[in-house]
Design a binder for this molecule. Structure first.
Ligand code: NAI
Length: 320
């Protein structure tokens, strides 16, 4: 026998569900029993204009297949209205997929305030407004599942996308804190860096590669993370797409511990540069460094050695 993960009786809000990844999420969760709010502003990928068509098409597809869905055409900047749509129509919200997004790619040299502000507004403020509106419901019912959407561009940087990179990495920090604050209320929050063929990527990747990058290949991981059976995987970052699924985490080098005081000079840092960069015995922090322990250890140290260089005459000179 087989047992599929199901979402009967739950309401799933998908932002930017008129196309690409959002549409794939909406169709999937509706097919697995959820009532879906299909939100989409219906503008261009650069964030211009609006239309009800994108969301309507998806709602019609879902209903034609016997599923439950309702459209919402607000910008994610008005997240409260999107969550209201869930409450008005289905009486509850269980899952929020913060997925809507735009691109305004341009080199940093040519970036305008408008290109910067619009991208930050949609990705950062939009995800905030939707989560903020859903949060009281999640807390009250002691149940909530959130996916925020980062990007490789945010994690690693990407030419021509400094606005988008900044917006996307913000979703990691945002998710980490929501995961910590939500945990005791059974609110589980994760962040994905997806890769999929969509109108966003069709101009930057060749067609034969895009064929293997269907949005459908991102959906199953999201389905696992937001299912009620996931009560522990929270605050995690995943790369997902084209059949690849992997968690990412921070790695801390061995590092240098220096005595504070007059010998903590630039030269002392240079002297320890190898340790600062030594990943041979890494740790994997999930919180801030324990500064009390570090302070205590540092206080036991002697004065710091200074860096050295050999000058033109072959003499060793200390750097401070
Ligand atoms: P897409 O352009 O096909 O879908 C985004 C949807 O969001 C569009 O239907 C658009 O109308 C909607 N939208 C835009 N601004 C909105 C607003 N203010 N309010 C409501 N809806 C709005 O793009 P795709 O590829 O499906 O992207 C989905 C998410 O995944 C985005 O957050 C994107 O940044 C992220 N992502 C996608 C990658 C990819 O390879 N496709 C790579 C990394 C991240």
């Amino acid at each position: 026998t087989m047992d599929e993960l199901r979402y009967d009786g739950q309401t799933v809000v998908v932002t930017g569900a008129g196309g690409g990844l959002g549409k794939a999420y909406a169709l999937f969760f509706a097919s697995r029993g959820a009532s879906v709010v299909v939100n989409d502003l219906g503008g261009s990928f650069k964030g211009e204009g609006s239309s009800s068509k994108a969301a309507d098409v998806v709602v019609n597809d879902i209903r034609a297949a016997g599923g439950k869905a309702v459209a919402n055409y607000d910008s994610v900047e008005n997240g409260d209205r999107i969550i209201d749509t869930a409450i008005q129509n289905f009486g509850r919200i269980d899952v929020l997929l913060n997925n809507a997004g735009i691109l305004r790619d341009v080199s940093f040299k040519n970036m305008s305030d408008q290109d910067w502000d619009l991208v930050i507004k949609v990705h950062v403020r939009g995800a905030y407004k939707c989560a903020r509106a859903a949060w009281p419901y999640f807390r009250k019912q002691k149940y909530g599942r959130v996916i925020n959407t980062a990007s490789a561009a945010g994690l690693f940087g990407s030419f021509g996308q400094c606005n988008y990179s900044a917006a996307k990495l913000s979703q990691v920090g945002f998710t980490e804190t929501l995961a910590k604050e939500g945990y005791k209320y059974n609110i589980i929050c994760n962040v994905i860096a997806p890769i999929a063929a969509s109108r966003m990527t069709q101009t930057v990747m060749p067609p034969d590669i895009l064929d293997n990058l269907k949005p459908d290949w991102v959906v199953p991981l999201v389905a696992v993370l937001v299912h009620s059976s996931n009560t522990n995987e929270t605050g995690s970052i995943f790369e997902v797409g084209g059949g690849h699924v992997a968690k990412l985490r921070w790695e801390r080098a061995k590092g240098a511990l220096l005595k504070t005081g007059p010998t903590l000079t630039p030269g002392a840092i240079l002297k320890k540069w190898k340790n600062v960069n030594d990943f041979s015995e890494p740790s994997y922090p999930t919180g801030v460094a324990d500064f009390m322990t570090l302070l205590e250890e540092a206080s036991k140290l002697g004065d710091n050695d200074q860096g050295e260089k050999v000058d033109f005459s072959g003499k060793v000179v200390l750097i401070t």
